[in-house]
Ligand binder design. Structure first.
Ligand SMILES: Cc1cc2nc3c(=O)[nH]c(=O)nc-3n(C[C@H](O)[C@H](O)[C@H](O)COP(=O)(O)O)c2cc1C
Length: 209
């Protein structure tokens, strides 16, 4: 497995570190200039400190790096955290840094692009940028840690989101939600043959209060 990881200047450097630590296989890293600033600001780290979890780091200004070309294949390019600025450039097809060029290549070559967007609230323009990338085959995965596994620490919450990113990269991350119940005899399941009894998008059963 070969994964390209981009860190940009959005808040949430801890999500990048956790992803690098847990992702199997080759991990190639690119950190934008503002990504370096936020990494230092939030965690007191520089890109060199990430070396134990990285196969090789490329400079964001190095447009002659292998990932500038579609002849180099990767299983996924994950930008975590992804700033609204980088997302806007990708949506517009601007490719003047290695992160944005590798994203353009990933989309044109129909490889997997995952943007862990970190911004809130989102303007209409940002939402339109996200839609354009999604229509082009990219995956918009805003940094939203799940809480249903009841994390007791910030690290636990971060790990919950990392599991989401890994799953998007095709990495096995353990059983899914209530997976044990798939094989259980459950009388309530008998009602699920009736479409009128299925839950609607809110999780309530139709007709339920
Ligand atoms: C401490 C700090 C936190 C920031 N947090 C965010 C953020 O959460 N989301 C975002 O879109 N931009 C954020 N920014 C702004 C980006 O860093 C800025 O738009 C920058 O141009 C992004 O460049 P890059 O995408 O090439 O890294 C932050 C900036 C700083 C200095």
């Amino acid at each position: 497995m070969r994964v390209l990881v981009g860190i940009t200047g959005a808040s949430g450097a801890a999500f990048a570190i956790d992803f690098l630590k847990r992702c199997p296989g080759e991990r190639f890293l690119i950190v934008s200039e503002w990504g370096k600033a936020v990494l230092k600001d939030e965690l007191g780290l520089s890109p060199a400190d990430l070396a134990p979890w990285v196969t090789r780091t490329f400079a964001d200004g190095d447009l002659a790096a292998p990932f500038s070309s579609g002849t180099i294949r990767h299983d996924a390019f994950v930008i975590v955290p992804c700033s609204a600025s980088t997302m806007a450039k990708i949506a517009a097809g601007i490719a003047d840094t290695l992160i944005t060029r590798a994203a353009a290549v990933t989309l044109k070559e129909r490889m997997r692009l995952v943007l862990a967007l970190r911004e809130t609230p989102l303007s209409t323009g940002m939402l339109e940028n996200a839609l354009r990338i999604s229509r082009d085959g990219g995956i918009i995965a805003p940094i939203m840690p799940p809480l249903y596994h009841r994390p007791q620490t910030l690290d636990g919450a971060v790990a919950g989101f990392t599991a989401k990113l890994l799953a998007l990269c095709g990495v096995e991350t353990g059983p899914g939600w209530h997976e044990d119940r798939l094989q259980q005899e459950n009388p309530a399941a008998l009602t699920h043959g009736d479409p009128a009894a299925r839950p609607d998008a809110t999780g309530r059963e139709r007709g339920a209060p």
